[in-house]
Design a protein around this ligand. Structure first.
Ligand code: FES
Length: 182
């Protein structure tokens, strides 16, 4: 019968290869090497000017003015990297933060669910955590969230739609001053 116990932690491999101690030693050095590379990379990245436009937490160029104007009323477009939905309502555009205002779950857009607004027959946001439901304006229709989805300020710069994803704005309802006209 084969003996599977190796109390010393020195079991040789079946092919007579490295012992467990040798393997652990190599794995440790590999992990240490990776950590060093990552740390160095992080330092370089933090010293380098932020060339990448559009990451979450800062200003993001998400569309051209032309593209924005071509969006039909009722359209909801997801920008995953920027963690927002661009919602085209009658008066213009809203940039809705995808984070639920209850306890912060990511709220998906369900295009085939019944609509909660008059802009289209279908489509609403359903929070999977506790059943919060929001319409295209980000207004609450069901569930525990006590306020609408937060919005990000939108500006138009050099013909581009720029969303400030570092500046989520809380609100208690919807009014047209929240919309960016295009
Ligand atoms: S986190 Fe969305 S309903 Fe609770």
């Amino acid at each position: 019968m084969e003996n599977n116990t190796c109390p010393s932690g020195e079991c040789p491999g079946k092919d007579g290869g490295q012992t467990r101690r040798e393997f652990i030693g190599k794995a440790w050095w590999a992990a240490a090497g990776l950590f060093t590379i990552e740390a160095a990379g992080g330092m370089v990245a933090s010293l380098w000017p932020k060339l990448k436009e559009g990451a979450f937490g800062g200003k993001a160029k998400i569309a051209s003015l032309e593209e924005a104007r071509a969006m039909p009323v009722g359209t909801v477009t997801y920008f995953a990297e920027q963690r927002l939905y661009l919602s085209r309502v009658e008066a213009g555009l809203l940039a809705l933060y995808r984070k639920c205002t209850h306890v912060g779950c990511v709220v998906p857009w369900l295009a085939d669910d019944p609509s909660e607004d008059h802009l289209a027959d279908k489509g609403r946001f359903n929070c999977p955590c506790h059943g919060g439901i929001f319409d295209r304006y980000g207004l609450v229709h069901a569930g525990p969230p006590s306020r609408p989805l937060d919005i990000f300020p939108i500006s138009i710069e050099d013909g581009e739609l720029v969303v400030d994803t570092g500046n989520a704005v809380q609100r208690s309802g919807f009014d047209e001053s929240q919309v960016t006209k295009v």
